[in-house]
Design a protein around this ligand. Sequence first.
Ligand SMILES: Nc1ncnc2c1ncn2[C@@H]1O[C@H](COP(=O)(O)OP(=O)(O)OP(=O)(O)O)[C@@H](O)[C@H]1O
Ligand SMILES: [Mg+2]
Length: 391
Amino acid sequence: MKNWSETYRPKKVSEVIEQELAVEKIETYLKKFPDKKKSLILNGPAGVGKTTLVYAFTLDLNLEIFELNASDLRNKASMNEKLKPVLEQKSLFEMGKIILVDEIDGISGTDRGGISELISLIDESKYPIICTANDVWSQKLSPLRKKCEIVELKEISPAGIKRVLNEILKKEKIKANPELLNKISIKSNGDLRSAINDLEAASKLGDSEPVEVDERNKKTDIFKILRHIFQDKASVEMLAAFDKTDMPLDEIILWIEENIPKVYSGTELVKAYERLGKADIFKGRIYKQQYWRFLVYENAFLSYGISEAKGEREKKGFYKYGKPERILKIWLNNQKHAKKKTIAEKYSRVTHVGQKRILKEWHEIKNILKNPTVQKQLKLDSDEINYIMKY
Ligand SMILES: Nc1ncnc2c1ncn2[C@@H]1O[C@H](COP(=O)(O)OP(=O)(O)OP(=O)(O)O)[C@@H](O)[C@H]1O
Ligand SMILES: [Mg+2]
């Protein structure tokens, strides 16, 4: 099933919000092609409409789109193979074409082939080429910049994000929760895709108890740590890598699992999965036997172990680390529910009301539980109290 950000991806240029300048530049570029600058780079942060705009233009103008990615460019032979039908095909009904080279940050700086391939493609192409990038100003892309016109796309405003979220809720026939919408649209930092993802997760996980939208800071932290482990040379000090975040190890595992195949391949990948598996075994023993010393082993496999899967070396380049969207939301929801259950247990012990009924009447009971005297009487711990006060 498609997620909301895909389902509600604009199909027409006129539905793309807040990128008027880019729309204008693309229009002019397509009209004037081939001009001096033979390619256009749409540069900007994640989730602001770069890929969407290219597709919307091809739909509006009835053009064929041909998409290339960084790994196609790495290998001249395979790229030519792929491009052949595009460049040769001449039919009576020849449609116009756009070549989209999405996410050019992925072209690694070390294999200099990639960039020069792209440049010669730009020189030779009979068709307009539009590239997208998150950071076109990086050193490795400098030879490319001379060939291209750069169009900057900006973060989407909180008001714009809120508008889009409201429209989606209307189409989904879900009642909007203004407080949640505010929170999501501010915390998403202009990234409309992540705002839509957060909204979808929150609304699928229950009515009035939205899962906390995670802070973007926390995300930056974990991305830094992932980059350190996956890309820097493995070293013993990595054993302390997770001390820098207060994200629980259980959650860190989800992030590592999600990103292993994005960075590693071949035997590295196999090794990394093996070590992840070992960490998981220790995790199981910790839970079953409450043997906390195993935490040390779990931690070692996840930090040094995952890092060393690539051997004693660095891994340069740009990797797009991702968030374990679905699985993370489910995990968070289970965590939340686990708290609810332990509280219900304690409440039931004192009041002799059945646990099922407590969960059903949670809305009313929750208010009783906000009273500090009651909390004391039930011997709620600080996590449980936090939970009650938050939801
Ligand atoms: N300007 C916009 N107007 C309307 N919807 C948008 C806009 N920007 C993003 N979206 C929504 O967010 C989703 C992701 O957008 P898109 O794929 O264009 O991001 P991007 O800029 O290419 O990001 P990335 O750098 O991560 O590839 C779209 O499917 C759409 O639902
Ligand atoms: Mg994109």
